[in-house]
Design a protein around this ligand. Structure first.
Ligand SMILES: Nc1ncnc2c1ncn2[C@@H]1O[C@H](COP(=O)(O)OP(=O)(O)OP(=O)(O)O)[C@@H](O)[C@H]1O
Ligand SMILES: [Mg+2]
Length: 321
């Protein structure tokens, strides 16, 4: 029987990150689309890539997919440089923000063609194509020409296409735009399932509330630079919570006795029954709730005012361009 060894010089090194980019730069003429990006994405995580319009997200993703060469800097994706290694590119799945020019092919042909490009044997490619069509609920539309699909259906086909080679690293540019609510929920659980199986997922989106529920980490871009990287699930940051009660005066009496600072909630429709309170973390929220309820205050709800991502994003000095 083996005994656990203390970590030390002989301990195995940490697994390499899924994506590692250092000092990336890329200009288009005079526009510095990517102007100093440093990025580390943990293997098996879902990481949000967030930034205003024109901040360089798509340009960065294209570089990471090996589809655009950086002017300067280094990239390792699943351990290799996607710009110079076909092996590295074969480990990457890429979903662009708009579906490409596959107009003459049917949905299933889009996937089998892509499987062929990755040199999957024909039978295996067909099986994988059908498996993915079922995953994204497009098997009924397998024979439909891709250009006749609706916007959301095209997005789902794009997701299937990105997964055809069972990638180690999945790069998604605005994958949820155009998806209906059920498809969004399914995408979320699909991505969490892939991450749990070891896939590294980097996903750009402007819908922060939606990302909030699915991502482990976030990387923020502004004007082509990484301005912040956060491990959201382990981060401890004070944020504002909304507390609603059936009895505003009772809440105020308890708060002043317990020395809890309450702020007026100017956005609330029910005025006095709703207040705001700043709390350091979930444990502080649980303690506050237990104390208020224990003192007989009829609490209806206690919930963060904004998501973690939204709060982190708004606190950054980002600019649109
Ligand atoms: N092929 C190109 N030729 C010239 N300029 C480009 C090209 N691609 C991107 N740019 C410019 O580079 C900057 C970054 O663009 P990019 O598409 O990477 O931004 P983004 O963060 O993806 O924006 P959005 O949120 O609108 O998708 C923009 O100012 C854009 O105009
Ligand atoms: Mg973009």
């Amino acid at each position: 029987m083996s005994t656990p060894q203390p970590a030390g010089p002989g301990a195995p090194p940490d697994p390499p990150p899924g994506i590692l980019a250092r000092d990336l730069h890329r200009s288009f003429g005079t526009v510095r689309a990517v102007a100093g990006v440093d990025l580390t994405v943990r293997r098996g995580s879902v990481t949000a890539l967030v930034g205003p319009n024109g901040s360089g997200k798509t340009t960065l993703l294209l570089i990471l997919a090996g589809l655009l060469a950086p002017d300067h800097g280094s990239v390792l994706v699943a351990g290799a440089d996607p710009g110079s290694s076909a092996t590295a590119r074969s480990r990457v799945g890429w979903m662009p923000d708009a579906f490409g020019t596959w107009d003459s092919l049917t949905a299933v042909e889009v996937l089998t063609t892509m499987a062929g490009a990755y040199r999957l044997p024909a039978g295996q490619g067909r099986a994988r194509a059908w498996e993915l069509l079922r995953t994204v609920h497009l098997d009924d539309l397998a024979a439909a020409p891709a250009h006749t699909l609706s916007r959301g259906q095209k997005q789902r086909l794009g997701m299937a296409r990105a997964l055809i080679n069972s990638p180690e690293v999945l790069l998604l540019d605005e994958p949820a735009s155009g998806l209906d609510p059920r498809s969004r929920i399914e995408m979320r659980s699909l991505l969490r399932g892939l991450a749990a199986a070891g896939t590294t997922v980097l996903i750009s989106s402007h819908v922060l509330a939606e990302l909030d529920e699915m991502v482990d980490d976030a990387v923020f871009l502004s004007r082509g630079r990484t301005v912040s990287s956060e491990q959201l699930r382990v981060g401890v940051t004070e944020r504002r919570w909304r507390l609603r009660t059936l009895d505003g005066p009772a809440l105020q009496r308890w708060a002043s006795a317990a020395r809890v600072t309450l702020h007026p909630d100017t956005d609330a429709p029910d005025g006095a029954g709703s207040v705001l309170v700043d709390l350091t973390d979930d444990a502080a929220a649980a303690a506050l709730l237990a104390a208020a309820v224990g003192a007989g205050v009829p609490v209806v709800s206690l919930a963060p005012v904004s998501g973690r991502l939204e709060q982190a994003y708004l606190s950054l000095d980002t600019e649109r361009r």
